[in-house]
Design a protein around this ligand. Sequence first.
Ligand code: GRF
Length: 206
Amino acid sequence: MKRVAILISGGGSNMVALARSMTGDHPARPVLVLSNVPGAGGLARATEMGIATAVVDHRPFGRDRAAFEAEVRTALRAAEPDIICLAGFMRVLTSDFVKDWQGRMLNIHPSLLPKYKGLHTHARALEAGDGEHGCTVHEVTADLDDGPILGQARLAVRPGDTPDRLASRVLPLEHELYPAVLRRFAGGDRTPIFLDQATSASSEPS
Ligand code: GRF
C-alpha cells in the first residue's frame, strides 16, 4: 500500500478529492496533509477525514527556503510517504528538495501545460482568446510547472467566461483528473490520462 502525503496552502478541495478516492482496492492511502499556512481550510477538512495533519509556516523563514524545507522534511519523515501530491500548494520548492522526491512527487496546475506556467492561468487563457482550457497533472521537476505530463482535462471556453467563472468550471475537472492520475501512478503506471469535458454547454450547470 503506497503512503501519500498531500501538501496544501488553502481550501484543499483537491486534497479532499484525492483522499476520498483512496479507498477499497486503491493501491494508496493518505497518511499526512501538510500546509505552509496555519489555519488553512484544508487542515480542518483533513482532520474531519481522520488524516494526520502538520503545519510548517513558511513566513518565519523569510527567503530561506532551505530552512523552511528542512522543517517540511522533518514533518514528512514522521509520515514516511512514498508519494507526495502538491494540491494547491503555493510555495516554490528548491531543486534540492525536488531532487529527493523526483519521480515520486505530483502537482496539479490549472492550465493545459506547457501553456501558462505560473500564476493567473485562467485570465491568461482568456486574454489569449483560447477556445479551450483545462488542467494538468505532472511530475514535479526542478523547473516550475514543467515535468512529464501524467494527465490533462480540457473544456471549451465559453463566450462571456470570466477568470472566476472559468476557474469554477476547471476545478471539478481537477477533482476528477487528479484522483484518476494518482490511482494509476500509485499502481506504477505512468501512461498519461486525457479527459475531455463535454463541450455542449447544455450538459453543464451554468
Ligand atoms: C486550484 O485552482 C488548483 O488548480 C491550484 O490551486 C487551486 C486551489 O486548489 N493548484 P484547492 O482547492 O486548494 O485544492
